[in-house]
Design a protein around this ligand. Structure first.
Ligand SMILES: Nc1ncnc2c1ncn2[C@@H]1O[C@H](COP(=O)(O)OP(=O)(O)O)[C@@H](O)[C@H]1O
Ligand SMILES: O=P(O)(O)O[C@H]1O[C@H](CO)[C@@H](O[C@H]2O[C@H](CO)[C@@H](O)[C@H](O)[C@H]2O)[C@H](O)[C@H]1O
Length: 475
């Protein structure tokens, strides 16, 4: 595959050769590396931009690098060029001790030989360079730094790297803005910029507005590389808050209801801002086929699902039957990956929704399709169930069968969430139980696969839900 490659004249073609052996070792260890479990056999340079000259005392390289990984036999013969990652590489003679955790290594060949390269986001000076570029709306090489012209970005905001586990990397500037740098980048408009921008135009207060963004154009495609958003100061995420409340036996239904209201406000604004469509029989057949196909694939990956297949499948069949009888559904842009961890509660009590990227493993075109809002609602309902059944895992004990601390906790929260949602949208999600159950089932199946791959200790949590959902569907 031919790619547009932008290389700074000063570094020349040997740049990647300099980094290759180090990246092979370093990249797969990063939390955000999407290709875990398959060896990296090489790299190709998609773009390179010098943000600070590499041969200065402190150099800063912005790289887009494609990691080549052979497909597993189960992934079939489809050609896959490998994922493209955004890297910010700092270059110094030696690394000060405070930056030791950021070390990538010491190149032995090429233009960087003899120097030290490291993950630049740990270093305040490179982080300042990014904010300054956004502030001045700089165009550097193929990189475009843009800013909402109404938005002042002060120069003196002190940067710090977010150390929480996340799929991308974020820098907080002076507790005022947060810059998310997308790690696995794909061509096209990323909903993590598109939807918050659309919501800001609607004056929707439930989503922090983008203040700036970073783009690049390569081979005729635009790539979103980063989004600078207003930072919600002193916020706690819904997952932490729910677990804290559960551990103390506190009622969470007030917060659940407020979350339902916040979700409905965002959905309503999205429906105003972007097109909605009606899903008839044909579209619903495609949607149900997708759900059934994911179930089939999940059973292959996690055979423990097999006994529940008939019950799970009947949840999808019930939806197909309604569509065959002529029922239609409205679809619109939604969050696409909503759970308690994507909700931030400010000290004022106001909830915000973040991370509109959708499920990163899905193609961008699919993530940008209008979908029934029930999908987001189902994600939240699953999340209340997760919280109620996850205390042993979340508190780090040794697995086993989770026991709900308060058996009614999840039911009460789920009901309160739907009540809050109905108060703002005028539509109670429970009034369409077939659609909701199909989406909850689809999500629980996804979670089984996710946990089997990433957190085997947590697998009993979605498996218990699968058992309950299969029973409900069958009864
Ligand atoms: N606007 C914001 N205000 C305050 N904290 C935020 C904001 N956006 C993100 N965060 C924090 O950063 C973390 C990672 O953000 P998220 O968008 O979920 O990134 P990722 O896609 O990498 O998982 C969140 O869990 C939250 O703690
Ligand atoms: O963080 P991401 O948006 O990438 O989502 C993935 O990881 C989530 C776990 O961090 C996972 O969510 C599942 O566990 C949550 C508790 O840790 C729970 O609140 C969610 O309801 C449950 O789905 C998510 O599925 C996965 O895509």
């Amino acid at each position: 595959m031919s790619e547009a490659v932008t290389r700074p004249a000063t570094t020349g073609p040997g740049l990647l050769a300099s980094l290759d052996p180090l990246l092979r070792e370093w990249l797969p260890r990063q939390r955000w590396f999407a290709g875990k479990g398959r060896p990296v056999t090489g790299f190709s340079l998609v773009a390179a931009t010098e943000l600070l000259p590499w041969n200065a005392k402190l150099g800063l390289l912005h790289l887009l690098v494609r990691a080549h990984q052979p497909l597993l036999p189960a992934q079939g013969a489809l050609a896959h060029p490998g994922d493209c990652y955004q890297l910010l590489i700092g270059v110094r003679e030696t690394l000060p001790p405070r930056l030791a955790p950021a070390l990538i290594g010491h190149p032995e060949q090429g233009p960087l030989a003899g120097r030290t390269v490291y993950e630049a986001l740990h270093d305040p000076r490179p982080a300042d360079v990014l904010l300054e570029a956004l502030r001045t709306r700089a165009h550097i090489g193929e990189l475009r730094f843009e800013r909402d012209p109404r938005q002042e970005l002060r120069e003196d905001l002190v940067p710090r790297l977010v150390t929480a586990e996340q799929s991308n990397s974020s820098i907080v500037y002076g507790d005022t803005f947060i810059l998310k740098l997308l790690r696995r980048v794909v061509p096209g408009i990323n909903p993590d910029l598109e939807l918050p921008l659309a919501l800001a135009r609607e004056d929707c207060p439930g989503v922090p507005a983008p203040a700036g963004w970073m783009l690049t154009d390569l081979a005729g495609d635009t790539y979103v590389l980063g989004v600078l958003q207003h930072f919600v100061r002193g916020a706690t995420d819904g997952w932490d808050l729910a677990l804290r409340g559960l551990a103390k036996g506190e009622d969470f239904s007030g917060e659940a209801r407020a979350l339902g209201r916040a979700t409905a406000a965002v959905h309503t604004a999205l429906a105003r801002a972007l097109p909605t469509v009606t899903l008839g029989r044909g579209q619903m057949e495609t949607l149900v086929d997708g759900m059934t196909g994911r179930l089939d694939a999940a059973v292959q990956a996690v055979p423990a699902l097999r006994p529940y297949v008939p019950g799970l499948r009947s949840a999808f069949e019930a939806l197909a039957e309604l569509a065959a009888e002529g029922e239609t559904w409205t679809a619109q842009r939604i969050h696409g990956d909503l759970h308690l961890g994507q909700c931030l509660r400010a000290p004022s009590g106001r909830w915000s929704l973040i991370d509109f990227e959708g499920e990163p493993s899905k193609p961008l075109t699919e993530r940008r399709l209008p979908q029934p809002t029930a999908r987001d609602v189902a994600g939240m309902l699953r999340s209340f169930d997760y919280a109620a059944h996850s205390l042993p895992q979340a508190l780090g004990s040794a697995g086993g069968t989770p026991t709900p601390v308060t058996p009614d906790w999840a039911d009460t929260c789920r009901a309160a969430y739907c009540t809050g949602y109905a108060e703002v949208s005028g539509r109670d999600p429970r009034s369409d139980p077939v659609l909701l159950r199909a989406y909850e089932t689809d999500k629980a199946i996804y979670e089984v696969v996710y946990e089997a791959r990433h957190r085997p200790d947590w697998l009993p949590v979605p498996l218990n839900a699968v058992r309950r959902l299969a029973d409900t569907a069958a009864s």
